[in-house]
Design a protein around this ligand. Structure first.
Ligand code: SF4
Length: 766
């Protein structure tokens, strides 16, 4: 009997309902988040009126969260949206703009791009994107096809600390990323006769029901718990809802996760809880692993992480003996310089217990029909080998040439802009990224560096602080329901269809077409958005083009389980995994060939109570940042009244015992400070955070405040990235310590608030 009856809901793409035209579609940002939940868009007189979840979307099954439910009035039809191209009229930061036409905007871009080509070469043009929103293939494609430059990257995210460490490590260990199997790759979902619910899901460094990250919806875990009796194990310094519903909750000190994971591997090996048959046949380097984990005892890890050895042993036994067991790994994996070593331990755990590519285990996720429309799409088509070598930072950090995203190294870009060597960056194009509010560690330093770039274009939905502070040209971008687009985050392929138009906004796809036809007319195989989207699928020989996909909306490409037996994981069609040895590489030959640790390893964070006792004396709290809220996606949504009604101010969680020692009460404004800077947030005194650790919000600005410099929506006064670091990355260049630094906290008073961080950034006070 199906667990979910969708037959009672309509399945057409469009129908009439009273005064409304109803369109089935999906919401890929912006606004929103990483996902593409299915929506019913209710349109009246050509204008979007309201939105509901689409029960026939297999991915989200009718569920929407508060950001999407409120987006029509508060985002799509919000009169503060950008609706026309704007050219800077005053000095940078003055917030004075002149409305211009798209042709004039393109003239400006063309002039600066051609000048960069002539004076330096295309590499002097950099394009940056934000998180995995619906610009992941569009920004690199614009950069490669129109600007002919290899230098595309993330918006100064140090260590590319979002999914890239995990994904790149997975290329060398599993042959690609692995994701908890909640049946999402098969259109039959939980009703498939092949599907099995995980007996256990181990969730590590993630609060999936708030995060909904990277093609995975947290409510699927709840489905598994309710329908399949799945039990949870959680590793997190915070007592989240999921942690509270777990059999084991290991409350680690941030940045010590790899030690705990290695100790769990130690227990599994010592107690012989591993799948020998699978290891013998499909894994490489087991003996090396056994040797490397020999000393990683639970007692050793417990002391490092501030947990008990019993918890580690119990969790290891529970995960290893469950069949199947699944492993959900969150962003905190990436947000430590030890991220690749930690990810390696997590993948090995999945492998030696025989839980890779099995129903209800960890599925090896691939692009549907071989289409690579994720990060780095278009790389091979427009950039020659000589230009590839000019990608900033990849010779120093060659793992960036592989993995999920072949992109520039953001930390190295910052150094290059600061030094002006080996050449100056002349043009910067930012899409869907707001670096000085959100991604950029050491935001004041990044702000100063970006101000040196002579010409900056920002393509966005709103006049963000990054736009106001440094844009020379602002392009208004269409929201999800206003664009024709192709999207995937693993299977299925999805076609997004344009429903409405807002003012003069254009989609990223339209901008690619317009600029590539201006700047590289003989080099691109498209002439409009439809032919561009058809090309995205046709270049990889997908069995349908976008025009066909548009009719069916989704195309699943589920190739069954245990594909290592059927040859469906390797390009040569042979059984095995898509690694150098064809096996799951417990010891990675790729990492070894590059001179990196080839087995899981632990390193203390560079600024921790252990590595820097001198700093710890002055800054006695461990600082972690970046947790998610229902109301916001990174720096977005602060201008939506409903979100602010629920959460109006940035908060820092502090344990009652720590708060008492510091004389801090719930609701006090406090300064959070370390040797790089400080910011202020509201203290939330709560036992859900581990004692000795504070957890500070990121991404805050106040759209209701003055936009111009030096206020700039108050961003630098509340920016936790005044305290984070650039260039303190792992050996591979991946992973940075956003989640494991040191700080102190004290109450804000009039005396200690006379000179604010904004004053220091803008030089308004000594
Ligand atoms: S997870 Fe929430 S914000 Fe993201 S697309 Fe789905 S409903 Fe919208």
């Amino acid at each position: 009997m199906p667990v979910y009856n969708q037959e009672i809901y309509r399945k057409e793409k469009h129908w009439k309902e009273g005064e409304f035209d109803v369109y089935r579609n999906m919401q890929w940002t912006g606004p929103g988040c990483h996902e593409g939940c299915g929506c019913l868009f209710y349109v009246k007189d050509g204008k979007l009126d309201h939105i509901e979840g689409d029960p026939n979307d297999e991915f989200s099954r009718g569920r929407l969260c508060m950001r999407c439910l409120n987006m029509v009035d508060e985002a799509v039809n919000n009169p503060t949206r950008l609706g026309h191209p704007l050219k800077r009229a005053g000095e940078r930061g003055e917030n004075k703009w002149e409305q211009i036409s798209w042709d004039e905007a393109y003239d400006m871009i063309e002039e600066h791009v051609r000048k960069a080509w002539e004076t330096q070469g295309p590499e002097a043009i950099v394009a940056l994107e934000g998180t995995g929103r619906n610009v992941v293939w569009q920004v690199p494609l614009l950069e490669y096809s129109a600007f002919k430059s290899p230098n595309y990257g993330c918006g100064f995210l140090s260590g590319d600390s979002c999914y890239l460490p995990r994904c790149s490590a997975s290329v060398g260990v599993l042959g690609g990323p692995s994701v908890v199997d909640c049946g999402q790759y098969d259109a039959r979902r939980y009703d498939s006769p092949e599907y099995e619910y995980p007996e256990v899901i181990l969730q590590w460094g993630c609060n999936a029901i708030m995060t909904n990250a990277d093609g995975f919806l947290g409510h699927w875990i709840i489905d598994c718990m309710r329908q399949g009796g799945t039990k949870l194990i959680t590793v997190d310094p915070r007592i989240t809802w999921m942690a509270a519903h777990s059999e084991y909750h290991i409350q680690v000190r941030p940045g010590t996760d790899a030690a705990v994971a290695m100790a769990m591997l130690h227990v599994m090996i010592e107690e012989d809880l591993v799948d020998h048959e699978f290891i013998d046949k499909w894994c490489f380097g087991y003996e090396d692993l056994v040797e490397a984990m020999k000393d990683a005892t639970p007692e050793w890890a417990a002391e490092i992480a501030g947990v008990t050895a019993e918890e580690i042993v119990g969790a290891a036994r529970m995960y290893a003996t469950a069949k199947p067991a699944a492993f959900h790994w969150g962003l905190s994996t990436d947000m430590t310089p030890n991220g690749v070593g930690q990810a390696h331990a997590f993948m090995v755990m999945q492998a030696i217990t025989g839980n890779v590519d099995v129903p209800g285990g960890n599925y090896l996720a691939t692009g549907p029909f071989g289409v690579d429309a994720l990060y780095g799409c278009g790389y091979d088509y427009f950039i020659d080998d000589e230009l590839k070598k000019k990608r900033i930072g990849v010779e120093k950090y060659p793992l960036h040439k592989f993995g999920a995203a072949a992109c520039l190294v953001g930390d190295e870009l910052l150094l290059q802009i600061e030094a002006g060597e080996p050449y100056e960056i002349q043009v910067m194009y930012l899409a869907g990224t707001n670096p000085i509010v959100n991604m950029a560690a050491e935001a004041p330093r990044v702000y100063k560096a970006m101000m040196k770039v002579p010409f900056i274009v920002v393509a966005d939905l709103w006049m963000t602080p990054t736009c106001t502070a440094m844009a020379d040209l602002v392009l208004p971008i269409a929201m999800s329901c206003e664009r024709d687009s192709y999207r995937e985050w693993w299977t299925p392929s999805r076609a997004i269809t344009k429903i409405t138009q807002y003012e003069e906004c254009k989609s990223d796809e339209e901008i690619i077409v317009d600029l590539s036809l201006r700047l590289n007319p003989d080099g691109v195989p498209w002439h409009d958005v439809e032919s561009l989207l058809n090309w995205v699928l046709e270049k990889d020989n997908a069995p349908m083009n976008w025009t066909q996909l548009k009719d069916q909306m989704y195309a699943y490409d589920f190739k069954g389980y245990r594909r290592y037996e059927t040859g469906k994981l390797r390009p040569d069609g042979q059984p095995g995994f898509n690694t150098m040895t064809g096996k799951l590489e417990l010891r990675s030959t790729l990492l070894e060939a590059m001179g990196y640790h080839d087995l899981p390893f632990f390193e203390e964070p560079p600024e921790s109570p252990v590595t820097r006792p001198d700093l710890f004396e002055e800054y006695p709290l461990v600082l972690t940042t970046g947790k998610r809220h229902w109301e916001f996606f990174h720096s977005e949504h602060r201008n939506m009244p409903t979100m602010r009604e629920f959460r109006d101010q940035p908060e820092v969680e502090i344990h009652p015992a720590d708060a008492e020692k510091l004389g801090i009460e719930d609701g006090d404004w406090v300064w959070i400070e370390n040797q790089r800077g400080r910011c202020r947030e509201v203290a939330r005194v709560t036992p859900i955070i581990k004692e000795g650790v504070v957890c500070a919000d990121h991404g805050w600005s106040f759209p209701e405040k003055e936009a111009a410099v030096p206020v700039l929506q108050g961003v630098f006064d509340v920016n936790i990235n005044n305290l984070t670091t650039q260039g303190v990355v792992g050996e591979t260049g991946y992973g940075a310590p956003y989640r494991c630094l040191l700080c102190k906290i004290y109450k804000c008073t009039p005396e200690n608030s006379q000179v604010t961080p904004s004053d220091l950034v803008f030089g308004t006070k000594a």
